[in-house]
Design a protein around this ligand. Structure first.
Ligand code: AMP
Length: 397
């Protein structure tokens, strides 16, 4: 009998190291895959990407861009047969697609990690059962469930779709019990009947830890990053976060335990709320490099993307040392409202790095690129990156 994952599906398990020259398959084709492909090609690997789109951010860098539906399991198998290992940059790939890939090549992290983390209810249930601190939550399948949840948590509370949510999509903050009916109707309007209600956390700040686990179980993390969101979308990340050392140690320890509990081979980001009483709550997991870790590309000895490559190839993990304090600001499509941003103005900041993802159509809220600033302190880096971003649109409006 071959190896099976926790869902009882057969998986291809190869433990030997995958060396430069080999081909890595990436499911998904966005900016995370693009930066992964840059790291992989730099180290002499070939990269194939698979997604329903063409002319993609990952495809621009990859050796081969395959366009196909994740539901076309034969296409997924063909893709996996041509590579030494499959990883992903997009977690909303179905369990069936991950299982089809796993028949033909190792999939790292495994399809069971995807299955748990792509669904808020499964993820929070897994975390709570394993003793991790999570935001209080309960499943909601009906208006009665929602009313009972609001009675339990009080208002405000946050109603979310259980599956396929990111960047605040499918989320409503309910501020009073009489608003429950409208919130429920809007939440299920997209056809999503599985919902989750969370207590609203009045947090001090939001933090994240990007961790990596090698094939041999070794662990490394990039320290604690402080994140600010705007309209539920990450706006600014700063490293290192200005928090008590004991909180930083606890966040790193929780991250290590989460990667172990899920038996991750690869990179996983844990997003936290830091409560006003100093306690940490896990908000969300992302089983891949994360937007808050983009600053590692310029500021760390090894980037989160190279670390993903090392982990999935069975290589030793690299040093995660932060070379200088850093800050990252996202560039959303809204910046294009007044025309093409003034790129030269941001490049006039000598310690700011410009990253653009090669997306042709800027739309409000769409992640088009980011800026990273390095400086003597995290505060200075944040000030620099925000000034550089402001310069992009100066004199345009
Ligand atoms: P999510 O997509 O669940 O990560 O949510 C996006 C953002 O919405 C988070 O980073 C928070 O800023 C905010 N948010 C989500 N859930 C909650 C909650 N239960 N309490 C307070 N803020 C929340």
């Amino acid at each position: 009998m071959g190896r099976k994952n926790i869902l009882g599906m057969p998986v291809k398990s190869i433990t030997q190291t995958i060396l430069p020259g080999a081909t890595i398959g990436v499911l998904g084709s966005g900016q995370l895959g693009r930066m992964f492909a840059i790291a992989a090609r730099r180290m002499g690997y070939r990269v194939h990407t698979f997604s329903p789109e063409s002319d993609t951010p990952t495809g621009h860098i990859a050796d081969v861009e395959v366009t196909g539906s994740y539901d076309d399991l034969d296409a997924v198998r063909r893709f996996a047969r041509a590579v030494s290992v499959v990883t992903f940059e997009f977690e909303n790939v179905s369990a069936a697609a991950a299982a089809a890939a796993a028949e033909c090549a190792p999939v790292r992290p495994g399809g069971d990690v995807l299955h748990i983390t792509q669904h808020r209810l499964r993820e929070k249930t897994f975390l709570a059962r394993n003793g991790f601190p999570v935001t209080p939550f309960r499943p909601v399948n009906s208006l009665d469930d929602l009313s009972a949840g609001l009675a339990q948590f009080g208002c405000p509370a946050v109603l979310k779709t259980a599956g396929f949510g990111y960047d605040g999509k499918g989320q409503t903050r309910i501020t009073a019990p009489e608003k429950a009916e409208a919130a429920f109707a809007s939440a299920i309007s997209g056809g999503n009947r599985e919902l989750i209600l969370e207590a609203f956390v009045d947090f001090e700040c939001e933090l994240s830890v990007v961790g990596a686990r090698g094939l041999d179980g070794s662990f490394a993390h990039f320290g604690v990053i402080a994140n600010t969101h705007r309209n539920h979308i990450l706006d600014l990340s700063v490293s290192p976060a200005a928090i008590e050392p004991a909180v930083a140690r606890e966040a790193a320890e929780i991250t290590r335990s989460v990667l172990e509990a899920l038996d991750v081979t690869g990179v996983l980001c844990v997003e936290f709320f830091l409560r006003r009483d100093g306690g940490l709550l896990i908000n969300e997991l992302a089983p891949r490099p994360h937007n808050s870790g983009h600053l590692t590309f310029d500021a760390s000895m090894t980037s989160q993307f190279e670390q993903q490559l090392r982990a999935v190839c069975g290589l030793p993990l690299g040093s995660t040392e932060l070379l200088r304090p850093a800050a990252m600001a996202n560039l959303l499509g809204d910046l294009w409202d007044g025309g093409e941003p003034h790129w030269a103005a941001a490049c006039a900041f000598p310690e700011v790095k410009l990253h653009l993802y090669g997306k042709l159509h800027p739309k409000p809220g769409r992640k088009m690129g980011h800026l990273t600033a390095l400086a003597g302190s995290a505060e200075q880096a944040a000030a620099q990156v925000l000034a550089a971003r402001a310069a992009l649109i100066q004199n345009m409006r």
